[in-house]
Design a protein around this ligand. Structure first.
Ligand code: ACO
Length: 464
């Protein structure tokens, strides 16, 4: 059982006033050295104390022989010494009054050293310290400019908290979010979850003003009941997206030997997630697609969706995807058809999908979009564009952004542009303006469907 109030104690982990790096190596390329470098270069504004018995100074900072020699309080200690030395170092941290520790070192429960793992948890509890790990790559919290990890440095600030049970995948995804320009509030490597587990982090991020969505890669949960209890409550306020690996029998066996997780029956996980409003993604592409939409869009107030397109084919694919993902397309009332007819040639279609045709101009897109945004019977919008020589993608992006900012009511919109580099540039522009964009109609629909599922669970869409 975890100790103390998670929320109270975890604040030292994410808002530390000072950080000690124990095992801060003098040698570039070693883990303890790179964690120290990340802390400094990511711009952590608090005090940083390297600890190494054989060094006087590392990376321009005065070095201490032991944490006990530090003349100041230490909120967080990041421990990067070989596993066998961790108990002794933890005892020193406890005596020093350190509030939270992140144990990077591997060589505990994951290789059968269960007793050593139990011992470090006992020491942490004796001194009322919360312990992250062991067997982790560290943690990042962008609002505190804290990068206490040996992952990529330039994590972009945003409001998605990403929790990973897998080390290598977690580090890889950190880099990938930078490439994809996805902003994060936090990256937390949970490793063996000897003390701090998913439920503790859900409690913390559930109340964290900088986090809008919580995304977890997990192979198993330690305490299923606790996870469900907390997830059920947090999901009502914030969406939780989970990639639960080990769907297949062989995948479950692989998870068991990777992190020692007892995968349990996948159907049990599936049912439990549904019950507590957790959105289960099949893979990380889907998870981040959903998280981006969930992080920036307002929840829909009803089920009615419209598709606006200049290409019949894209409209049909999106219609199929709406059926597959459980989104309800609005049966277009006659008066609305007449309104949309104003923005298309005679051979266009004002039904749903609203097909503005291949000759649609930016103005026609803008007019139709504003109509949909201001229409109370429409709750969400899927906007598609197939690149033509008639409409410049970047000018269209500007028109969409203008319509979205001018609209009287904020409602969810997802956008898909299909085409060349100009489309890519246009989509990045819309992303920056707070409109989530996707490279295929299906991915746009899937993200909107996740938002609708969450809005149903959280009560924004009233069930009839
Ligand atoms: N207090 C402070 N510093 C100490 C102490 C101590 N008690 N004991 C040793 N040190 C110093 C060492 O002198 C050394 O500094 P130096 O290089 O300047 O001499 C430094 O601490 C590190 O100690 P080393 O013995 O050199 O250990 P090393 O850096 O090789 O390894 C580590 C330590 C990284 C913790 C290693 O044991 C380990 O567990 N590696 C795996 C980490 C990992 O994979 N975690 C999961 C990540 S997720 C994923 O899979 C990607």
């Amino acid at each position: 059982m975890s100790q103390g109030s998670g929320e109270h104690q975890l604040k030292y982990m994410f808002y530390p006033k000072s950080v000690a790096v124990i095992g801060a190596s003098r040698k570039p390329g070693k883990i303890g050295h790179e964690i120290l470098r990340n802390l400094i270069e990511y711009g952590y504004p608090g005090k940083i104390y390297p600890v190494n018995p054989s060094a006087d100074e590392i990376l321009g900072l005065k070095c201490y022989k032991s944490v006990l020699e530090i003349p100041d309080e230490v909120d967080l200690a990041v421990i990067s010494v070989p596993a066998k030395f961790v108990p002794e170092v933890l005892e020193q941290c406890g005596k020093k009054g350190v509030k939270a520790v992140a144990v990077i070192s591997a060589g505990f429960g994951e290789i059968g050293n269960v007793d050593l793992e139990r011992k470090i948890v006992e020491i942490a509890r004796k001194y009322n310290m919360r312990l992250l790990g062991p067997n982790i790559f560290g943690l990042v919290y962008t609002p505190s400019k804290l990068n206490a990890s040996f992952g990529p440095r330039d994590v972009l600030p945003g409001n998605i908290a990403f929790i990973s049970q897998s080390g290598a995948l977690g580090i890889a995804l950190m880099g990938w979010t930078i490439l994809e320009e996805i902003g994060l509030s936090a990256v937390v490597s949970v490793g063996n979850k000897a003390d701090i587990e998913d439920a503790d982090l859900l409690e913390f991020f559930g109340k964290d003003e900088h986090t809008k969505v919580i995304l977890i890669y997990m192979e198993g949960v330690k305490d299923g009941r606790k996870f469900m209890k907390v997830a059920r409550e947090v999901s009502k306020r914030k969406p939780i997206v989970v990639i639960k690996a080990g769907r297949s029998e062989r995948g479950a066996k692989a998870a068991a030997s990777h992190t020692g997780s007892l995968a349990g029956s996948d159907r049990v996980y599936d049912a439990a997630f549904k019950q507590c409003g957790v959105l289960r993604a099949n893979n990380f592409e889907e998870a981040f697609d959903w998280a981006r939409a969930l992080a920036i869009l307002p929840p829909p107030s009803g089920e009615n969706v419209v598709i606006i397109t200049n290409g019949g084919g894209a409209g049909v694919l999106a219609t199929d995807a709406c059926e597959a993902y459980g989104l309800k397309l609005l049966e277009m009332p006659k008066d609305l058809e007449d309104k949309f007819r104003k923005y298309m040639p005679a051979f266009g279609s004002p039904h749903n999908p609203i097909d503005l045709t291949g000759q649609a101009s930016e103005e026609q897109y803008k007019g139709a979009l504003l109509e949909a945004l201001n229409e109370p019977r429409i709750h969400s919008i899927i906007l598609l564009y197939c690149q033509t020589i008639i409409t410049d993608p970047e000018a269209l992006a500007d028109a969409i952004i203008e319509a979205y900012t001018q609209a009287k009511v904020k409602k969810p919109i997802v956008v898909n542009f299909v085409g060349g580099v100009e489309c890519d540039r246009a989509m990045r522009k819309m992303e920056k303006a707070g409109i989530p964009t996707y490279p295929t109609p299906e991915r746009a629909v899937s993200a909107l469907a996740a938002l609708h599922r969450w809005a149903r669970y959280a009560g924004y869409i009233k069930q009839t």
